[in-house]
Design a protein around this ligand. Structure first.
Ligand code: C5P
Length: 242
C-alpha cells in the first residue's frame, strides 16, 4: 500500500506508519543508519540539519531505492516562493513535506502539487511555544485555540495532514474528521529513554488515540541494534492498528 492521496487514511500499511527521523549530522551517518535498519522500515524523515548537510541528495537516492521520504522543511514564505519550492520537492518524489500552517502558505503549496503524489503536512504551533511565547510573538490566541484554528484551516485548504503531539491527537481528530493524516513525534516504547522530550506516548496509545504515522528518532537511531529496535516498534504498531 502506498501513501497516495487517494488512500483512505485508515488503510495505511503498518510499514508506512513508522517514520524514522534521520537526525544525524551528515549523509554518511544517515546512509549507514538506513543500511543498518535494512528492510525493517521504509520511511525516513530528513530534517533541517541533514538537509543543509547534503540531505536532499540523500533524499533523491532513497526515493530511487524505493524508500519513502518525509522532508521536514517547514516551508513558509510568500506564495510564489512556497509554490515553486513545493513543486521542486514534488518533482523529487518525496512523500511528505511540512509547511507552516499559514493560510496563504497552505493554499500556495496545495496549488503547486500538480499530479504529484506529494502530501503536505501542516505544522500548527511549534511545541516549544506556550501561551506566553505566543503573546510575546504578538498573537492574541493561546496555544490550544491557535492549534485548533490552524488545524481546521489546514483541512479546509486541502492540506493532507498535520504534525502534532500524540496528546493532541484525539481532540484534533474529533475536530478535523477522519480524512486528515495525523503525524506524531515524541513516541517512546514503555520504559524507553525519554531524552529531551517532555510529553511522550507509546505507539499503542498514539495509534489508538488517532495517530496515523509515528515519527521515531533516537529510540531507533541510537539503539545498539537499530534494525531490532525498528522491528520492535513495527510489531507494536501492527498490534495496535488492528
Ligand atoms: O529522537 P526523537 O524520537 O525524540 O525525535 C523526534 C523527531 O520529531 C525529531 O526529528 C524532532 O525534531 C521531531 N519533532 C518533535 N516534536 C515536534 C515536532 C517534530 O520531536 N513537535
Amino acid at each position: 500500500m502506498s501513501v497516495n492521496s487517494t488512500d483512505p487514511v485508515n488503510s495505511i500499511d503498518p510499514m508506512d506508519r513508522l517514520i524514522i527521523a534521520l537526525d544525524l549530522p551528515d549523509v554518511g551517518a544517515a546512509t549507514d543508519m538506513v543500511a543498518r535498519v535494512g528492510d525493517a522500515a521504509n520511511f525516513y524523515k530528513i530534517g533541517l540539519e541533514l538537509t543543509y548537510g547534503g540531505g536532499l541528495e540523500l533524499a533523491r537516492r532513497l526515493v530511487g531505492e524505493g524508500k519513502k521520504v518525509f522532508l521536514d522543511l517547514k516551508l513558509h514564505d510568500i506564495p510564489n516562493t512556497v509554490a515553486r519550492a513545493t513543486a521542486q520537492v514534488a518533482d523529487m518524489g518525496a512523500a511528505f513535506l511540512t509547511i507552516h500552517a499559514y493560510p496563504q502558505t497552505m493554499r500556495a503549496a496545495r496549488g503547486a502539487l500538480g499530479g504529484s503524489s506529494l502530501q503536505l503536512l501542516a505544522v500548527t504551533v511549534m511545541t516549544s511555544y506556550d501561551d506566553n511565547d505566543l503573546r510575546e510573538a504578538g498573537y492574541g490566541l493561546g496555544v490550544k485555540e491557535l492549534v485548533a484554528r490552524r488545524a481546521t484551516q489546514a483541512r479546509d485548504a486541502g492540506v493532507h495532514g498535520i504534525v502534532l503531539s500524540a496528546e493532541e491527537a484525539p481532540d484534533i481528530r474529533a475536530l478535523v474528521g477522519p480524512n486528515t493524516r495525523l503525524v506524531t513525534p515524541g513516541i517512546r516504547q514503555a520504559g524507553g529513554d525519554v531524552g529531551d522530550q517532555k510529553r511522550v506516548m507509546t505507539p499503542t496509545r498514539a495509534i489508538r488515540g488517532g495517530a496515523d504515522h509515528l515519527v521515531v528518532g533516537r529510540p531507533i537511531t541510537q539503539a545498539p541494534d537499530p534494525r531490532a529496535a525498528a522491528l520492535s516498534f513495527l510489531a507494536e504498531i501492527r498490534a495496535a492498528a488492528i
